[in-house]
Structure formats: C-alpha cells, structure tokens
Design a protein. Structure first.
Length: 386
C-alpha cells in the first residue's frame, strides 16, 4: 500500500476524477445466435469462445458461427441476464447479443474496469429487474456506472496487485484439485479388495434406507440463524436451515431426486432430511462412515432414472452389491480416508484453509485499492473531484 500512496501523491495529488463507463470505454456488440445453434456448433477444439446467459459457454470454429461478430482484444463481458456477472476475457470470443462488453485502447484499463465492476457486482445485481423468473439488467446500468479513473500508472499497480492474488488463488486451487484426484485414487484403492478379503453383499442387507419427511419450502431459511440452526438435506445436499430436526446421530445421506441425485453427504448431530433425501442407517455389519466412503466411491448418479426429473429408487439402491470387510479393517480404512478428506475439504486446515485465507485477503485488498473516496479522503490522501 505504501507504493500506491507514493504513486497517488506523485500522479494525482489533487484527487481522482469520477467518470461514467460510457465516457471512458468502448462498448462492443455480440452475435445473434440461438441456444440451439450454440449446441449444434460446439466443439472441443474451437478457436472462438461463445458466451450465453448464465454459465453457458461453448467453443466453436469461426466458420460455423453465423454472422459472427468476433472480439479479438481484451474485454469485459457483462452477463446481463440470469446470472448477473462480469467476465474478463483476452482471447477471441463472441457472445449472445442480449449481453454487451467493454474494451479500451490499453489492456490495463480493461482489466482495471473488470476489478471495479467485480467489486461492485452486488450493486449491479440489486439493479436487476425480473423478466419472468430471470433477473436482468438494462444497458444504462453499466453505461451510467461511475468509477474513479486514476492515471494509467496507478491502474497498472492496482491490477498488478490484484492479479498476483488471483494467480496465487488459481495455483492453490489447481493444487487442491490434484490433491482431490489423489484422494479419489487412494479411496478407490483402499476400497478394492483382493479375493477373500471382503464379502460381496447386497446393500439392502447391511443398512436400512428411508426417505425423509416433506417440508414446506417457507419453513426453510437460506441463512443459519439462532432460530433456524439445523441443516436441512434435500436432493442436492444441504438446502438451508430449519427450526426443528427430524433426525439425530451420524448418517450417510443420499440425494434421491434432482439434477445432483446420487450425491452423498454425511450428516452429524441434529438435522432434517426431506423426502428428496435418503437416510442410510447401518444394521450393525458396517460402520456408518465406511458406508459413506463406499457409497461416495460407487458414483450413484449412474443409477438414476432418465427424464425431466431424474431420481433414484430406494429399491434399486438396495440391490447394489458392496464389498464388506471386517469391522477392524473398516475402522482402518475410515481413519485413512477421513484424514485425507479433511486435508481436501476442511476449511480449518491444509489447502482449503489457505485458499479461504487468500480469498479473504484478496477481497480485502480489492476493496481497499478500489475505494478511492471515503467521505473527504481516499487511499492516497487526495480528494475525489467530479
């Protein structure tokens, strides 16, 4: 921060001007393309990235994109419908014409705009008006958006600092991804037994599987509060918090309905399970935590029914075969896998904790670096002028 303060004093001792996005950046238009066409032209080796609403992205060959309007310079894409967000992209791309993008003569200025808009993303989302069930922002929301525009030298320093944090978080995330693959490998190794080491037994013979109880959606809070403190499990895992639990203890939980059905969680203490979640209770031949690791390794999603609303039938799960070694061997396997899983997922230790800490540090410095005006002062000690 000391370097930035020195630069502020040198390059803008009288303050930083506030300007509208439309007065500083060049707005780019996209391509008229349908979702069906995007699906048709999508290919893994496409040299052009095509963005649509939400998180829909495909790669395609330029020759296959009708009346393509390709952006070949760094730009900030405004995702204006569905999921309101901004994306910085510096390779050839285009986007559905319901969105728009901004660029400038200097790539540093473009990246600076990205960080400013990303830092203010909640204000953009607050401005979204519903069109049916989808939130949407109009062009003036970003065109009229005002931002402090310091000299390019200061923008470059801000971008350098924030890029360094972004790179570090990306490297740590890649390392964690590799660690998770390693965990999956060793889990599968540990759960693959040689002849006579474990019995092959029907899952329904070692546990009882029952769906939970239906609950009114209005009885579920997205946030954990003093009154709503019990985790509520649905078809896709934890869906919120409720006032009263339906179960107490330690149980594997299988999602039985929805896009992510077949996912396996491990509930501990007091919790609520809806009718879209299956509570697995051992009959005594298997440890609960062993069942959790075994069910996770089985990729239950492959057994779901097809259709608009995929589902998992309890009767089908009961007939699956699992390997069941002695309780002593189960205990050893659980101990190893619990330790490895904690290293990969626990926010209090290892890489997850490091990533969490770096993310908070990044957000802190992003807020600090981009907050030029606070009452009558700013980071560098000057005054904002309009």
């Amino acid at each position: 921060m000391s370097k930035l303060k020195e630069m502020m004093a040198e390059f803008c001792p009288d303050g930083v001007p506030l300007k509208k996005v439309k007065d500083v950046y060049i707005r780019l238009k996209g391509t008229s393309i349908t979702a069906g066409k995007m699906k048709e032209i999508a290919c893994e080796d496409g040299e052009i990235r095509v963005f649509a609403g939400g998180k829909t992205v495909v790669d395609a060959h330029e020759k296959d994109i009708p009346k393509a309007n390709i952006t070949r310079i760094p730009a900030v894409l405004v995702q204006s419908r569905g999921i309101i967000d901004v994306v910085y992209y510096d390779k050839p791309f285009t986007f559905k014409n319901e969105m728009w993008a901004y660029t400038a003569d200097d790539s540093v200025s473009v990246k600076y705009l990205y960080y400013v808009l990303k830092n203010s993303i909640q204000s953009l989302r607050d401005a979204a008006s519903g069109m049916g069930s989808l939130p949407q922002i109009s062009l003036p929301v970003t065109e009229e958006f005002t931002l402090p525009v310091p000299p390019l030298e200061i923008q470059r320093e801000i971008v350098r600092v924030l890029d360094s944090f972004t790179l570090l978080i990306a490297e740590l995330t890649d390392e964690l991804t590799a660690r998770k693959k390693q965990y999956d490998y060793y889990r599968n190794k540990l759960l693959t037994f040689r002849f006579n080491e474990a019995k092959c037994i029907r899952l329904g013979n070692v546990c009882i599987m029952k769906a939970g109880k239906a609950i009114n959606t209005f009885s579920i809070s997205e946030e954990k509060t003093e009154n709503y403190k019990y985790e509520c499990y649905g078809g896709n895992g934890v869906r919120g918090y409720v006032e009263s639990p339906s179960h107490q203890g330690e149980y594997p939980i299988i999602g039985r309905q929805g896009a992510l059905c077949g996912n396996v969680n491990y509930a501990q203490g007091e919790f609520y399970a809806t009718e879209h979640a299956i509570v697995v209770d051992s009959t005594g031949y298997a440890l609960q935590k062993y069942l959790y690791h075994m069910l996770t390794a089985m990729n239950l999603n492959q057994y779901k029914s097809q259709g608009a609303q995929p589902g998992l039938a309890v009767s089908k799960l009961e007939n699956l075969q699992i390997k069941l070694p002695s309780i002593e061997i189960q205990e050893k396997i659980v101990k190893v896998l619990d330790n490895f899983e904690a290293i990969c997922t626990d926010l209090n230790i290892g890489l997850p904790a490091e990533i969490e800490a770096r993310q908070k540090q990044y957000e802190y410095y992003r807020d600090l670096l981009l907050t030029f005006a606070e009452t009558d002062k700013m980071v560098g000690g000057g005054i904002v002028r309009t």
